[in-house]
Design a protein around this ligand. Structure first.
Ligand code: ATP
Ligand code: MG
Length: 609
């Protein structure tokens, strides 16, 4: 991700000459999916009238629906769990846990209340104070969720690490943030012990031994089970305030070294409001978010959004598998599902028949985030699942959804939708100074000041400040807004290709490529060219049953030639068994480029193996 200065520098190098953008022909082919009926379940959408909601609803209205701490102040864990456990929802299922091996466990709001109180008391006993960074490094078991909530209750700043991280990724993040306590499991402990010497500030490692096998504890290690047995169950809330730090999330590392993004307790207002209006959560829903809490979607919408709305949610410990995922939906009768384009492309790859084997009739509403959602994926889900995926856009930095397709709003496949009520989004020119008219492409920017906006990058306040200009937060993404106020993603500012003076976003080329029946995934980059400055190269992984060949390359080129402007057409195609991705499933174009050009690969701590 570049700062504004770098963006301006790049403009000065000639990007602003590219006035006549390559027309977006791919997206034009898709018909708008007209909405209006209340959906499969006859539920009235929480956001039934977009125009009215934008006029009438602001963040104050949502903040008024949040409880606040009884003695004043605000705590995200209290909003997620305690307020339900202390009210009529106490026996309602908060968590249905599906283990990787098919085990099931059920936790009510009252269960989570008691367990998080105990652990919060134990954390305090270990010296955790307001503002201390406390990390988790474990698989998606119930204890992960208990731990993250308990950290917030104790006043700590919760930092979830993805459980499959290697030693460098773990050391970097714990050292950068100065973590005091780490909660992990025997599966990860070897890696933790490897990096311990470089982490003098890490005083305690809590080991959750779910399976109960006899284990020796090493230096600084304590047993979770013993701590829990000894800790008091009395409520254990630290009186935190809206502006106290609550969460530190490292970004996905798609464009460079991951940054520690800091969120405050006030962010819960954003989680709550967007889970209600965008994910359309109703009290009777069974919700499933497939994201791991190691990424922001897994906390904002895998913990705080649904639970602050008092909704029951499913957590699946295992990884992706089309059949296994469909089974989870069938078993728990999931009604609202939130996933990501990379998973959706894999479901498409598995084929329509795979979906037909399961009873998915409980689903009423499905959403996607994390990468651009190819229009083909929206059309596919409509056909295979009977429901279109609703794309929405946001970032680790924004803390909650900013631009979205809503249940009652028409979907233009390929568009991210319209800004959330309370959010002001715009397109700025190359210098990030002037707002551009509809149809023009530029930098996607947001009016600063929404409740879940990040408050700094840990240890990088200068870089944080460089992301704002004249009250706008510059997102680092390029986009366009149409006459109806829908936003269209073009690409990361870093990934956009400048060919013969025209800007081409990789997304539209990739979207055209994956319409070809043989193409499972595509990643597009610019490679240097003496005449055009850059030309387009596409990396492609094929669907099962297709073999790479020169013929197929020709056929794919022929196929996309008709869909794209001549300049957006890939001159070169290379087949790869799979594309390099972050562990959260995003195509790492910077790595494709570095490898292509023989340049250093940079930070690869989040690279999926
Ligand atoms: P890093 O900042 O370390 O490079 P990252 O930007 O991938 O990593 P995240 O905060 O997880 O880290 O991802 C946010 C980015 O993901 C957005 O800026 C955008 O580029 C992309 N993204 C998310 N949702 C969408 C969407 N619906 N359509 C298009 N792009 C999306
Ligand atoms: Mg980013």
């Amino acid at each position: 991700m570049q700062d504004n200065k770098a963006l301006r520098r790049r403009s000065a190098q000639g990007l602003e000459h590219s006035k006549d953008r390559v027309p977006n022909e791919v997206k034009m082919q898709y018909e708008t999916i007209r909405k209006g009926d209340p959906g499969r379940w006859g539920l009235r959408p929480n956001l039934a009238d977009y125009a009215r909601a934008r006029q009438e609803l602001g963040w104050e209205a949502f903040a008024a629906e949040i409880s606040g701490l009884p003695g004043g102040g605000l705590n995200i864990a209290y909003e997620a769990i305690d307020r339900h456990a202390l009210g009529q929802n106490k026996d309602k299922a908060a968590l249905y846990w599906e283990g990787a091996a098919g085990e099931s466990e059920r936790y009510s709001f009252a269960d989570l209340f008691n367990l998080t109180n105990r652990l919060a008391n134990a954390l305090r006993g270990l010296g955790v104070k307001k503002g201390d960074r406390v990390f988790t490094y474990m698989d998606r078991t119930p204890e992960l969720y208990i731990a993250l909530l308990a950290i917030a209750k104790a006043g700590g700043v919760l930092g979830p690490l993805f459980s499959a991280f290697g030693p460098d990724a773990v050391r970097d993040r714990l050292a950068d943030s100065g973590a005091k306590v780490l909660i992990t499991t025997p599966k990860q402990i070897k890696i933790v012990r490897q990096v311990l010497a470089g982490l003098p500030e890490l005083t305690t490692i809590i080991v959750v031994n779910r399976k109960g096998a006899a284990r020796e504890l090493g230096p600084r290690e304590v047993s979770y089970e013993e701590l829990m047995a000894e800790a008091a169950q009395a409520p254990a809330l630290e009186p935190t305030g809206p502006e106290d730090f609550a969460i530190v999330h490292y970004t996905s590392g798609t464009t460079g070294k991951p940054k520690g993004v800091m969120h405050v307790h006030q962010a819960i207002v954003g989680h709550y409001a967007t889970a209600k209006l965008v994910l359309d959560l109703h009290p009777e829903d069974i919700y499933w978010c497939t994201a791991d809490p190691g990424w922001v979607t897994g906390t904002s919408y895998g913990i705080f959004g649904p639970w602050s709305n008092g909704v029951s949610q499913v957590v699946f410990e295992g990884g992706f598998g089309a059949g296994r995922w469909y089974q989870v939906i069938e078993k728990y009768k999931v009604t609202v599902w939130y996933s990501a384009p990379t998973a959706i492309r894999l479901l498409m790859k598995a084929g329509d028949q795979a979906a037909k084997k399961y009873d998915l009739s409980s689903l009423r509403y499905i959403c996607s985030v994390g990468e651009p959602l190819n229009p083909e994926a929206v059309v596919w889900s409509q056909k295979a699942l009977g429901l279109p995926f609703h794309d929405n856009w946001w970032q680790t930095e924004t803390g909650c959804i900013q631009i979205a397709n809503y249940p009652a709003q028409d979907i233009k496949p390929g568009s991210m939708g319209r800004p959330f009520p309370g959010v002001t989004a715009t397109i700025l020119d190359e210098a990030c100074e002037k707002e551009l008219a509809p149809g023009q492409e530029g930098h996607l920017a947001l009016k600063a000041g929404w409740p879940s906006m990040f408050r700094t990058y840990w240890n990088r306040q200068d870089y944080y400040e460089s992301r704002f200009t004249n009250g706008w937060y510059i997102t680092g993404d390029r986009a366009r807004m149409d006459q109806d106020g829908y936003f269209w993603f073009v690409g990361r500012a870093d990934d956009v290709i400048n060919t013969a003076g025209h800007l081409v976003g990789p997304f539209e080329v990739e979207s055209a490529l994956i319409e070809h029946p043989a193409v499972a995934e595509a990643g597009v980059i610019g490679i240097p060219d003496p005449i055009a400055m850059e030309v387009i190269k596409a990396f492609i992984s094929l669907k099962d049953g297709y073999q790479p060949s020169e013929e197929l390359k020709k056929e794919i080129k022929q196929f996309v030639r008709k869909k794209l402007h001549a300049l957006a057409f890939p001159r070169e195609i290379e087949f790869l068994p799979s594309l390099p991705k972050t562990r959260s499933g995003k195509i790492m174009r910077r790595l494709l480029k570095a490898r292509e050009l023989g340049l250093p690969e940079g930070d690869t701590s989040t690279l999926e193996e």
